[in-house]
Design a protein around this ligand. Structure first.
Ligand SMILES: [Zn+2]
Length: 325
C-alpha cells in the first residue's frame, strides 16, 4: 500500500510530454502565464516576477525567431529531474536549434536554455540515388565550407530539408575576399552566375530580400532570395542567398541545365556572399526532406569525379565534358 502510494507520488512529479510541449509552445509564442504558475521558487527568485519571466521568454524567443518545424523532441531524466529537449528549425538560425526546459524533482520549471543542434536529422533517404542529371550550379572553382553527411563536416545536417545541403564560397589565396571584406563587392563569390543544375521548371521564387552587409545576417528570411526548380524526378533543387535584383527566372518557367537563374548574393541568414544548395523531395522547404545530391562530371581537388557528392574542404569545379575530349 505504501509502495503503491510512493510510486504514484513519483509518477505525478515529472511533467508529461504534453505539458512540456505546451510550455515550449508558450516560449515560441511569448506566453508566460503557465510557465510562471509552474516555475520553481529558484526560477521565481531569479526573474523576480511574471513580467521578468516574460522578459526571459521574449529574449529566448527573439533569439530563436519563428519556429518553422519541430525536428525531434525528447524527455530525458537527469539528477531526479526531467529535461524536455526540442530541436527545431527556426527562422533566425541557418541551422537547427535546441530549446531545453529543465524541471526539478517536484516537476517545477527551473531553467530554459537554447543551443545549436548538433545531431544529424533523422533521414530515410541515405540510400537515395539522384535521378536528375545534376551538374554543379556554377562555373569556376568553388570551396565547399560545409558539405557531406555528418555534422562534423556539415553544419546543415540537423535540419531535415538541409540534411544534405552544401555551402560553397570562392577562395583565392588566404581567404574569400580582397580589400577589407566590409562590402559584398570585396568577395570573390559575389555576383558570380548561379546556374540551373539540371533541366526543370521553376516552382518557387523569392526575390525581394535585400543583401546583407557582410557579417550582419538578417533574421527572418532564412534562404533570402531563392529559386526552387522541379526536375520532374521527384527532386527539387533549392538555390539560396541569391543577390537582390539578380533572379532572372519566374515560376512556371522551363530552364535547362547550365542556364543562369540568378547571381550569387548575401541575402537571408548569410554572413558573406556564398551559395547554398540543397536537393529536396518537395518544393516547400518548410516541409521537404533533403536528398543526397550526386553531381555528374566534376573535379574535386583536381581529380575527376564521374558521379559523387561534394565534401567539406574540397575545391570543386564543373568538368566540361566536351573540353576534356
Ligand atoms: Zn547553407
Amino acid at each position: 500500500m505504501l509502495a503503491a502510494a510512493l510510486i504514484s507520488f513519483a509518477l505525478t512529479q515529472a511533467p508529461s510530454l504534453k505539458e512540456a510541449r505546451a510550455l515550449a509552445d508558450d516560449v515560441y509564442a511569448g506566453r508566460s502565464a503557465v510557465a510562471w504558475s509552474k516555475s520553481s521558487s529558484s526560477l521565481r527568485a531569479s526573474v523576480a516576477s511574471e513580467a521578468g519571466l516574460r522578459g526571459l521568454i521574449n529574449s529566448t524567443r527573439s533569439s530563436l525567431g519563428t519556429e518553422v518545424r519541430v525536428i525531434t523532441e525528447a524527455m530525458v531524466e537527469r539528477n531526479g529531474g526531467t529535461l524536455y529537449r526540442r530541436v527545431s528549425a527556426v527562422t533566425n538560425w541557418a541551422r537547427g536549434m535546441e530549446l531545453e526546459l529543465a524541471f526539478d524533482v517536484k516537476g517545477a520549471l527551473v531553467a530554459m536554455t537554447t543551443r545549436p543542434a548538433s545531431k544529424d536529422a533523422p533521414t530515410i533517404s541515405a540510400l537515395h540515388k539522384t535521378r536528375a542529371d545534376l551538374r554543379l550550379p556554377f562555373d569556376g572553382a568553388w570551396f565547399v565550407l560545409w558539405g557531406g553527411r555528418k555534422y562534423d563536416d556539415n553544419r546543415h545536417t540537423p535540419v531535415p530539408d538541409m540534411r544534405y545541403a552544401m555551402d560553397v564560397f570562392i577562395v583565392k589565396g588566404p581567404g574569400t575576399y580582397q580589400r577589407g571584406g566590409a562590402k559584398n563587392d570585396d568577395y570573390y563569390a559575389w555576383s558570380q552566375p548561379v546556374l540551373a543544375p539540371a533541366d526543370g521548371v521553376v516552382v518557387e521564387v523569392v526575390k525581394d530580400t535585400p543583401d546583407n552587409v557582410p557579417n550582419q545576417p538578417r533574421p527572418g528570411v532564412l534562404y533570402g532570395n531563392s529559386v526552387v526548380i522541379d526536375h520532374g524526378t521527384g527532386e527539387y533543387s533549392l538555390l539560396g542567398h541569391l543577390q537582390f535584383g539578380s533572379v532572372s527566372v519566374k515560376p512556371g518557367q522551363q530552364v535547362v541545365a547550365g542556364q543562369q537563374v540568378a547571381r550569387c548574393g548575401n541575402s537571408g541568414m548569410s554572413t558573406e556572399p556564398h551559395l547554398h544548395y540543397q536537393l529536396m523531395d518537395a518544393a516547400d522547404w518548410t516541409k521537404a526532406h533533403g536528398l543526397p545530391a550526386q553531381f555528374k562530371g566534376f573535379l574535386a581537388n583536381g581529380r575527376h569525379v564521374e558521379r559523387g557528392e561534394p565534401m567539406r574542404a574540397q575545391v570543386i569545379s564543373h568538368a566540361d565534358v566536351e573540353a576534356r575530349r
